[in-house]
Ligand binder design. Structure first.
Ligand code: ATP
Ligand code: MG
Length: 246
């Protein structure tokens, strides 16, 4: 088991967003959490990534185990430095005034100023460009001049630059035209297949997510109300009715 979430409760001040959720992600798996607006998808990923952001929720009880060890007290930069996990957050967190290449380079080793980025990052950067050829064509272009879909690809590329073995994505399909969405999910599938990368993706677009992942959980109002293989979930009458448009 790579990741085990046990009875996790998460709050923003006095508002509880997750009321004790449990789920697992095995090494090499693609797992999805599907749910409507406000179900708690982003809260789950923010809790897992342990980001020291003011808008991040607090874990009030339960546990998050990574390879059997609790990471509740682990510093977020330790998670990144040890290549344990990387988050592609909701929205596109890239630097608009930096070029594609610069965005990628600074994503690697964000806490190290003493290393030769050029030498170490070249190989991963090449991987990112192989996965997203349109980023290669635009390597000297400033981030803010990319299309929304290209910015989304760059955000994924930045997470890859950390060299992490586990990547979490918050609604990567958001705002993407069907063709770019296909490109995005094809690239992620390839990473999973070729690099054995473990992927946890949260999506409001259940159709796309169930197609992409091998296992999934259904999140509603801060609780997990179902789970199983995505093939089974896609056939589940309740899931169909609530998330697949009947
Ligand atoms: N910073 C915050 N402060 C207070 N409450 C918050 C905050 N962020 C989220 N919430 C609440 O927590 C609950 C879960 O929100 P969350 O953002 O995790 O949902 P989501 O499943 O990601 O939804 P969406 O599909 O709209 O992105 C919601 O009721 C939301 O109002
Ligand atoms: Mg969200």
């Amino acid at each position: 088991m790579l990741l085990e979430v046990r009875d996790l409760r998460v709050s923003y001040g006095s508002i509880e967003a997750l009321h004790g959720i449990s789920f697992t992600v095995d090494r090499g798996e693609i797992v999805t959490l599907i749910g409507a607006n406000g179900a708690g998808k982003t809260s789950t990923l923010l809790a897992l990534a342990r980001l020291p952001r003011p808008e991040a929720p607090a874990v009030t009880s339960g546990d998050i185990l990574y390879e059997g060890q609790s990471i509740l007290k682990t510093e977020p930069h330790t998670l990144i430095q040890n290549k344990m996990m990387a988050l592609v957050p909701e929205g596109r967190h890239i630097f608009g005034n930096l070029t594609v290449e610069e965005n990628l380079k600074i994503a690697a080793f964000p806490h190290r100023k003493d290393i030769n980025r050029e030498a170490i990052t070249g190989e991963i950067e090449e991987l990112v460009f192989e996965l997203f050829p349109r980023l290669r064509d635009r390597r000297k272009q400033r981030g803010e001049l990319l299309s929304g879909g290209e910015q989304q690809m760059l955000a994924v590329g930045r997470a890859l630059m950390t060299g992490s073995e586990f990547i979490m994505l918050d609604e990567p399909s958001m705002g993407l035209a069907p063709k770019l969405m296909q490109e995005m999910f094809r690239a992620l599938k390839q990473l999973n297949f070729v690099k054995r990368m473990t992927i946890l993706v949260v999506e409001q677009n259940a159709r796309v997510a169930l197609d992409f992942a091998s296992r999934g959980y259904v999140l509603r109002n801060g609780e997990i109300i179902g789970g199983g293989s995505t093939a089974d979930l896609a056939l589940d009458p309740d899931v169909k009715k609530a998330y697949l448009g009947g």
